[in-house]
Every structure is written in structure tokens, then in C-alpha cells.
Ligand binder design. Sequence first.
Ligand code: 5RP
Length: 259
Amino acid sequence: MESLKDQTVALPAGSLSREEQKRVAAVAAADLVDSGMTVGLGSGSTAGYFIEELGIRLRDGRLTDVVGIPTSHITARQSREAGVTTHELTEHPIDIAVDGADEVGPELNLIKGAGGALLREKLVASAAETFVVVVDQSKLVPSLGTGVPIPLEVARFGHRRIMRDLEVVGIPRLRLNSSHPVTTDNGQVIIDLEVEEISDPVSLDGRLARTPGVLATGLFVGLVDLVLVGEDKEVRRIGDRAGSMSHHGSAGLGRRPVR
Ligand code: 5RP
């Protein structure tokens, strides 16, 4: 199987807006989906373009029998509107999951969760044989944590206490909407944790995950197989693992070679 490292897909000349970069990355991800696959559907605008593209391909017959596993109520609604059949996450395997990210750092570690769907996004990404991230080029960063805080889904019960505990790691802020705590699809709340530049995402993730009341962290470490970056003239593919092994150690990208 060919290696994905540094491979690119050429695009027509001309500079692309950020939204166009997201769209071309999402369309490239749709090329990785085959008929009959179960597909994890991320949340956010870039994942939205991917869902739209799946809908187009299902309508024009390029794809059939695709089942989506949405990572949020909003994604479930978008999927229904696009004509993508959805199921809840069960014990059944997911062939491929496609999602956006807020930051893509070294070793393809991510910060996700600006949309508040991080818990379900992480569950679906972890359950997928192959996890593909679609971003515009502004999301690539030399180190995680300098541009955005780390979202944490925490128990609503005692969240003020949990914030206190997190103060040793960074500056915790309760996510609000019109001065009310944002409620996740799971009925919990989000704390955005501002930290210094993250030099060791594995140990920071472990530390945060061990804090009582933290249900999911927005640090996605060691989960990503392939990143598709929409750039001006190409979709850049970054990923060592996708060409040979998924993060679960099983073969290949959704049981087929990458185009
Ligand atoms: C939602 C997410 C999104 O995937 C992330 O915020 C990127 O969103 P967008 O594609 O709109 O930039 O993690 O919880």
C-alpha cells in the first residue's frame, strides 16, 4: 500500500478561502468512504461539509448503504437533512470516522471541542477503525494549546469544585451562553482550560482525565490516522499510520487502500 506521507491532491489554481479549504478537505475525505460502510460523523462546519458531500454521493448513486454515527444532535439533524441514515453508537464497529479539529499539533495530536461535542466525538473516533481529520490550513500549529483553550466536559454536579481542582493546571473558565452554562448533549457542562504551551500532551491528558468529575478532555492523543488539510492549491495528506495501520492496529483505511 502506498505511503500517505507528504502526498497531495492537486486543486485548480487560485487561492481558496478558509471555507473552501474546509470543503475541499471534506470532499477528499468522502473519497475514502465506500458503499456499505459505517461512518462516524463529526461535528462542526468542516464535518458538516463532509456530511453534505456524503448526501450528494448517496443521492447520485456513487454511494449506497452508508450508515452514519453522529457525534451530536446537530450532526444528527444535518445528516437527516442530507439524506444520510444514522444509527446510535453501539458495540458494532465503525469503518471510518471523519471530524474537524480546532488545532492539529505535532504527531497529529489534536485539540477539539470548540463545538462542545468532544465526549461523543472522542467515543466515535476511538471506536473507528480509521480516524480522519479534516481541516483548513489555519488549524495546523507548531505546538498545541497556544491558540485555543482545552475544552473539558465535566459533571454539572460540583463543577465549581472541579474548576478549583483544575486551577493547578491552568485557568479554567465555565463556558457560558448568555450568562448560562452551556449544556452538552449529555446534560453536562464545559470548562475551557487555558494552559501554557503543551509540551507533553500524553501526560497532560492523563492528568486532566484523572481529575474527579472530568468526563472527557478535548485533547485527542494518538487517535488520528490521517489529516487532510485544505490548502490553496492542494489537499495535503499528513499521516504515517493510515497507509498501513489504523490506531486500533487493524489493517488499512476502512479496509481499502487510500486513493
Ligand atoms: C466540535 C469540534 C469541531 O470539530 C471543531 O471545533 C472544528 O470545527 P470547525 O470545523 O467548525 O472549525 O471539535 O466539538
